[in-house]
Ligand binder design. Structure first.
Ligand code: SAM
Length: 193
């Protein structure tokens, strides 16, 4: 059985106790980045959310088998889970690698990068915290970048390469196929309140 997020509001520290900044990956798929990033960031606590329960289960099983206790792989819809994470301002980094493009307009509501998810990430990231999004679909890159530029909480910063010492499964495939990868790195602005 895949591991689910706790019912109701919950603290990330209830999933990964201890100390160290939290990092979140939405839609980790087969989990390559989640595992490599946990190894590359030995001080961080890493939480992944994946809507496909089968993949979430496989990744959670793998990390338990490998004795990796600073990472958890949750099954569920990030759009439903993010609003239940409390308190605010506890994420150092959030990653969304190669989100499903949902080409057809009638499916566009399923896209994970939308105003609600950006509002939740703005709530959860610490001031100066990082939001990293990458895709090989140019028009989705343009859309997502425009949404992030328009969001008052985020400031885009230059980013040519993935700086995190870890690659997602799709990223490895894009590299092997010589496909261009378009990347967005944004910093959470300090709250004006
Ligand atoms: C194209 S795949 C990319 C997988 C992985 N990030 C990579 O780069 O290899 C997009 C992933 O996002 C997941 N996903 C889509 N919508 C989601 C949501 N609302 N919450 C969590 N995961 C989601 C899909 O199940 C899929 O695994």
């Amino acid at each position: 059985m895949a591991r689910r997020a706790p019912e109701g509001p919950f603290d990330l520290a209830s999933l990964v106790p201890g100390s160290g900044p939290f990092e979140l990956e939405i839609g980790f798929g087969r989990g390559r980045f989640l595992m490599e990033r946990t190894a590359a960031a030995p001080d961080s606590r890493v939480v992944g959310i994946e809507i496909k329960a089968k993949w979430a289960h496989l990744v959670e099983e793998r990390r338990i088998r490998l004795g990796m206790d600073r990472v958890v792989a949750l099954a569920g819809d990030a759009r439903e889970i993010l609003p239940r994470i409390e308190p605010a301002s506890q994420l150092q980094r959030a990653f969304i690698h190669f989100p499903d493009p949902w080409w057809k307009q009638r499916h566009s509501k399923r896209r994970v990068v939308d105003a609600d998810v950006l509002d939740q990430l703005a709530r959860l990231l610490v001031p100066g915290g990082e939001l990293f999004v990458q895709t090989d679909v140019l028009h989705r890159f343009d859309d997502m970048r425009a949404q992030i530029v328009e969001h008052a909480a985020f400031e885009i910063v230059p980013c040519d390469a993935n700086p995190y010492g870890a690659r997602s499964n799709r990223e490895v495939r894009a590299d092997e196929d010589g496909l261009p990868v378009h990347r967005i790195l944004a910093h959470r602005r300090p709250s004006s309140a």
